[in-house]
Write a protein that binds this ligand. Structure first.
Ligand code: MOS
Length: 748
């Protein structure tokens, strides 16, 4: 990170407001809340991938010291919200329903939770769990995507809505590819990837009364979880409290409620004590979703001088047999380049596996590996520089929706990226550049993600000392949401950041959507702004009411604080918040404000864009790939909090390195079971794998997207990184690797 980047800003980059709590261990995560009379649950998973449970022998476990209950479908209390009609999950109404834990004897995937052992300590629960003996009726399972590709289907969501990003899409001429002057055709495979956040998925569930549930839970949406649990237990939403103050990393797997959460809630009801349940690292691979293995095929046609004429892009992603999971894998293909003819075909394949879930840059990161690799293949085929090829097909408006972009500043990203990576050292012909023994290659990949916005509400309180305290139900899964919101409030009011507090992560606080889809700053930021402006408006009314003429025609925008002193139009009024409060005989003022998407969303197409450049070294004898440098350029609108935003980009690029080079959840299809189920076998990039990552932000507001001008950047941080690295490996070696990860065996 370049220091000059920070110097440009009118404000100093803020350290994380909760940084001290996190590094000192004072921050409490879902499994760290002590409760009187706590019990501990451990889940036992199925050893088969498909079939039924024949018998469960729990006698030894029940007799083991400290064991309070052994819970399975045989004795679990009924969950009122579970739908019970339909013999098979693929039959309505159970189709689309998340796994109903302990509901019946059916097995849908390997390591599906089938028994919970609850005991007075974790160790006693673990020992009890080791004593449970389960017998199964095994049925033939199918877990192999490629072997079953013929059974892939159009998602139900696409059938219902032909405008869905997963529906079949055609523009231009159907057979344009066939007659294209230059054609390439290739298949790409992305393996199953697992989130592996540092914090294991955890819940502490407590029934405060028969119909009052309180959970400390690792989620990305406290309101989502509140709604889901209320529905599941058929109790009013206000009887469910979900606390998720700190989340130790979540990249999408907290966007869904999972069987282990319901298992803990069942257990708490059954043993009448608070129950803590923490998944093991192995269970993180099987019980809380993953990025689905996806096969893609691309046909791309272009003229000899580099104008695209057609792209046909199809993909098949896996899902479970009981729940339809889809993602917008092919969306980028529809809108990124000015090809007159484009067809996309998205299919899903139900297999005997657990349900996948969104994982950072969901869909687009997968699709971009295909699209951006194919763009590189085409540039090579016509002998054109890959950046020039993209510029030759630049879109000035959205060719998919036929409306203008709200903002798009990719040209300067391309220029800046080229400069920073040293693109002039790249040779068109692969394998031409060496550094000692090592082959040197340069590559790039583009990313995009919708600039999403949801409605959000913030409550704000200002006291006479000038302390501003805000509340909102949004979670912070790691990007530094509290820090960004404090910065926005400080920018809007002029109050020093140390006088501002932002409380988040509780369903008791005012409404917010999920922390997902790069939407938090775009959604909650405007609500913070609105609340701050409302407070300023109240002060103006108060002052004007006391006959202060300067205030009579003032607007919230005119008023700023300099510490606690009030300024209008940049001029000090020699009066403080305390003075005003005293005149009006009040201690504090407060407000609750909602901010929501407006009609601009229909008139413009709103996307954030990124561009990633990679320089790699490849050893010609060992096939080792070393990423030497990555440059991430982003057009994400206003950068509210430069330090945490840069961290987001660095984290995304690191995820991209894993995607490109190391991450692969390998399944043994004989058993339908993963064999790489820990951090020793499932390789994530460590410090030694991660080079200097240089981040460049365009930092121009998109005020059509939202009043903060932000477009979001959590997803675009990773989208396009893997193809940038794969393309750099090709440039270094002349070897095109179309199945990730690029392990040394594929290069020698
Ligand atoms: Mo993100 S995949 O929306 O957590």
């Amino acid at each position: 990170m370049n220091e000059a980047f920070f110097d440009k800003k009118e404000y100093k980059p803020l350290d994380r407001v909760d940084g001290r709590l996190k590094v000192t261990g004072a921050a409490r995560y879902s499994a760290e809340y002590p409760m009187p009379n706590m019990a501990y649950a451990v889940l036992v998973g199925s050893r088969i991938a498909k079939g039924t449970i024949k018998s469960i022998d729990s006698k030894a476990a029940e007799r083991a010291p400290g064991v309070l209950a052994v819970i399975s479908h045989l004795n679990a209390i009924k969950v009122p919200g579970y739908q019970s009609k339909g013999e098979h999950p693929s039959e309505p109404p159970t189709n689309g329903q998340p796994l109903r834990v302990f509901f019946d004897n059916k097995i849908y995937s390997n390591d599906q939770p089938v028994v919970a052992v609850v005991a007075t300590s974790l160790e006693k629960a673990q020992y009890g769990a080791s004593l449970v003996k389960i017998q199964y009726n095994k049925e033939q399972h199918q877990t192999n995507l490629e072997a079953n590709a013929g059974n892939a289907v159009l998602p139900a969501a696409a059938k219902k809505n032909p405008k869905s990003p997963t529906a079949d899409y055609d523009r231009g001429q159907k057979d344009a590819f066939d007659s294209a002057p230059v054609k390439i055709e290739a298949e790409y495979v992305l393996p199953t990837e697992v989130h592996n956040p540092m914090e294991l998925q955890a819940i502490t569930a407590h029934w405060e009364a028969d119909d009052r549930l309180m959970v400390y839970d690792k989620v990305q949406g406290t309101k989502m979880a509140q709604k889901n649990f209320a529905k599941e237990w058929n109790i009013p939403e206000q009887n469910v409290k979900v606390i998720s103050t700190f989340v130790g990393g979540a990249f999408g797997n907290g966007l869904h409620n999972w069987p282990h959460e319901t298992a803990a809630i069942i257990a708490a009801k059954q043993v009448k004590r608070p129950v803590k349940l923490v998944l093991t690292r192995e269970q993180m691979f099987t019980m809380v979703g993953y990025r689905p293995r996806t096969w893609q095929k691309i046909q791309m046609g272009a003229t000899k001088d580099g104008k695209l004429v057609a792209i046909n892009h199809q993909s098949i992603g896996q899902t479970s047999s009981y729940e339809e999971f889809t993602e917008s894998t092919l969306q980028q293909t529809r809108m990124m380049y000015a090809s007159p003819s484009i067809s996309t075909r998205y299919r899903i394949l139900p297999l005997d596996v657990a349900t996948p879930i969104w994982m950072r840059g969901p869909g687009e990161a997968t699709g971009a590996f295909g699209l951006e690799s194919a763009m590189d293949e085409m540039a090579h085929a016509i002998g054109m520089d890959p950046v020039d090829f993209r510029l030759a097909n630049y879109t000035e408006s959205d060719p998919d929706k036929n409306v203008p972009w709200s903002t798009k500043y990719m040209r300067e990203c391309y220029e800046e990226g080229k400069k920073r990576i040293g693109w002039e050292n790249r040779k068109l012909k692969p394998g031409e550049v060496r550094d000692g023994e090592w082959l040197v290659g340069y590559g790039m990949g583009t990313g995009t993600f919708g600039a999403n916005r949801n409605s959000a509400t913030v409550h704000a309180e200002l006291d006479k000392e000038g302390n501003l305290v805000m509340h909102c139900a949004i979670t912070d899964i790691g990007p530094g949401t509290g820090t960004a919101m404090v910065q926005i409030a400080s920018n809007t009011t002029g109050l020093p950041t140390e006088k501002i507090t932002f409380h988040l992560g509780s369903s008791e606080f005012p409404n917010a959507g999920l922390q997902g889809g790069s939407s938090t700053v775009n959604s909650v930021g405007p609500a913070v702004q609105a609340a701050c402006n409302a407070l300023k408006g109240q002060l103006i009314t108060m002052a004007a009411g006391k006959g202060n003429a300067a205030f009579t025609s003032a607007k919230p925008d005119d008023l700023m604080f300099d510490k606690a002193e009030i300024q209008l139009g940049g001029k000090s009024l020699k009066t403080t918040i305390a003075d005003l409060f005293k005149q009006n005989n009040i201690e504090k003022i407060e407000t609750t404000n909602e901010s929501k998407p407006d009609e601009n969303r229909n008139k413009y197409s709103m996307y954030a864009f990124s561009m990633h450049f990679a320089k790699v070294h490849v050893h010609p004898f060992t096939g080792q790939v070393r990423v030497m440098k990555i440059v991430c350029c982003a057009d994400a609108g206003t950068i509210v909090s430069p330090k945490t935003a840069a961290s987001q980009m660095i984290g995304g690029a690191t995820g991209g390195i894993g995607m490109a080079l190391t991450e692969d959840a390998v399944m043994d299809h004989r058993f339908g079971r993963y064999v790489t189920k820990d951090l020793a076998d499932y390789h994530m990039p460590v410090h030694a794998d991660v080079p200097d990552i240089d981040v460049y932000f365009v930092d121009k507001p998109d005020l059509l997207a939202d009043p903060v001008g932000s477009k979001g950047l959590g997803e675009i941080a990773i989208i396009g990184v893997a193809p940038a690295i794969a393309n750099a490996v090709f440039n270094a070696t002349g070897k095109r690797i179309r199945e990730l990860p690029i392990t040394p065996d594929k290069l020698i």
